[in-house]
Unconditional design. Sequence first.
Length: 71
Amino acid sequence: MRCLACNKALNDFEATRKSATTGTYVDLCNHCFHDVEYDIESLEREDLRETNDVEDEIELDDLQGDFLDVQ
């Protein structure tokens, strides 16, 4: 299974993420899902989450300073 947005191979955790509304699989990697996670209520298998996969975990603190303050 591959991410619908970037074509990266999904791990077991990513491949089992479902929409809580429709019950269909989301089919997005953690990186791409981060962009829509507040728009899509999801059901996730926490037992499949890889805790050592730091590359896919994006912290909001990491994003600070990435945006320009336009006035």
